[in-house]
Design a protein around this ligand. Structure first.
Ligand code: HEM
Length: 159
């Protein structure tokens, strides 16, 4: 992004900045497997050491809107990141993790649920940026099931 000003502490996560589109697959023992399309934006709107993260998905076949979420990814010290995310399903995730050579590994420190949200206990998020390709995997422990894969996706930079 020519001319964009980034806080110097963002250097390790700067490769995320931009708009990404692609597709993914979802699975869990309690549901039928599904495929989705996704748009992700990581933006650095102000000269501060955090990125604004937004995500929207649609069902790959029907185009119906599926999951969406938004949050903040911040750098706290070299090699370390923190993430907070809010979801319209009543789930809020608080993560801590590491960043190294374009790879980000996050584990939930806390998951907070509204009274009617589905029971999510743990979430791990793994992202790899390789040039113009962003891949991620998301594992969760929810609804009494063992912690396991829920999502994997591959996105490409569109700006
Ligand atoms: C790309 C993002 C995501 C997509 C496309 C997605 C899609 C889906 C779909 C289609 C279902 C089954 C139908 C439904 O209950 O609506 C589902 C279920 C579920 N998802 Fe996700 N999801 C995403 C992210 C997440 C995240 C981040 C969490 C937790 C933090 C989560 C937790 C759950 C839970 C708890 C269920 C309920 C399973 C059940 O009722 O048996 N999902 N998801």
């Amino acid at each position: 992004m020519p001319g964009m000003q980034l806080h110097p502490d963002l250097a390790e996560i700067a490769p995320l900045v931009g708009t990404w589109r692609g597709s993914g697959r979802g699975t869990y023992p309690t549901i039928e497997p599904f495929e989705y399309t996704e748009e992700v934006v990581f933006a650095a709107p102000v000269l501060k050491p955090f990125l604004v993260y937004t995500q929207r998905t649609r069902h790959a076949d029907t185009g119906e809107p599926l999951h969406t979420e938004t949050g903040y990814l911040r750098t706290v010290e070299p090699g370390r990141v923190e993430l907070v995310i809010a979801q319209p399903t009543g789930v809020a995730e608080v993560h801590a993790g590491t960043v190294s050579a374009g790879r980000i590994d996050l584990r939930s420190e806390a998951i907070a649920l509204t009274p009617t949200a589905k029971e999510v206990v743990t979430v791990h998020r793994h992202l790899v940026v390789d040039g113009d390709v962003l891949r991620y995997r998301l594992e969760m422990g929810a609804l009494g099931q063992a912690h396991q894969l829920h999502l994997e996706a591959e996105l490409r930079r569109t700006d």
